[in-house]
Design a protein around this ligand. Structure first.
Ligand code: CA
Length: 236
């Protein structure tokens, strides 16, 4: 393990901020603190953290605007923290470029699990830029983008064109939660936003094909929000 990952905690609630920072300190993370949007942007630009944990309800700025500002210059992973009643806020945050979300109240285990998922995504992206890859490998799943072929345990899978496009979209955003609207726009285009039921059908058949003979669970459903492909941990 190289350097400890640095997490920027943006939260105006002192109790939550302390809980998160204590948890991170005892689990081998470094952290930076910000109590409002202005200092969040300052910390993000001056320290370039590995991950931002961003409370959406801040006193001085709309969390969505903070995401947009950070996204204008950086792809650093952002995990938003929101209250239970704010499903639309989560969707808006994801569409603005957030990677994941945590719902208050959350447990320490949940927080650590989300950070692990995001770090895996980050490590994957960092290795990618080193060796421009046209092959995606995740556990026993392999996509050859040039050939347009998908393999599970080295056996070719037969996907329909829509299933293939869905799988590629999820793979290219591995570790990130994609909203229904985002996926529909990418696969079918603008104007099909009401086709969530159709999307669900394709997702079910795709999942059957890639998870049936696999030990891994690749696609995670976020009820009312969207889907994510999980990066399976490499055994080494
Ligand atoms: Ca708050």
């Amino acid at each position: 393990m190289k350097n400890k990952p640095t997490i920027l905690i943006v939260e105006d609630d002192r109790a939550v901020r302390n809980l998160i920072s204590t948890t991170l300190a005892t689990h081998d993370y470094k952290y930076l603190l910000a109590q409002n949007g202005a200092s969040a942007l300052l910390e993000a630009t001056s320290h370039n953290p590995d991950i931002v944990l961003l409370d959406l309800g801040l006193p001085d700025m709309d969390g969505i605007d903070i995401i947009k500002k950070i996204r204008s210059w950086s792809n650093m992973p952002i995990i938003v923290i929101s209250a239970r009643s704010e499903d639309n806020d989560k969707i808006e945050a994801l569409d603005a470029g957030a990677d994941d979300y945590l719902t208050k109240p959350f447990s320490v285990e949940e927080l650590l699990a989300r950070l692990r998922v995001t770090l895996r995504r980050l490590n994957y992206i960092r290795t990618l830029s080193d060796k421009e890859s046209s092959i995606f490998i995740n556990g026993d799943l392999k996509i050859d983008y040039n050939l347009g072929c998908v393999y599970l345990n080295n056996e070719e899978l037969h996907l329909t064109p829509i299933e293939y496009k869905l799988l590629c979209l999820l793979a290219k955003n591995v570790g990130k939660v994609l909203t229904h609207t985002y996926i529909i726009h990418e696969i079918w285009g603008v104007g099909y936003e009401n086709e969530v039921a159709t999307l669900r059908v394709f997702m079910t058949t795709l999942r059957k094909k890639i998870e049936k003979n696999s030990n891994n669970k690749y696609i995670q459903t976020h009820v009312g929000i969207g889907y994510r492909m999980l990066k399976v941990e490499n055994k080494s």
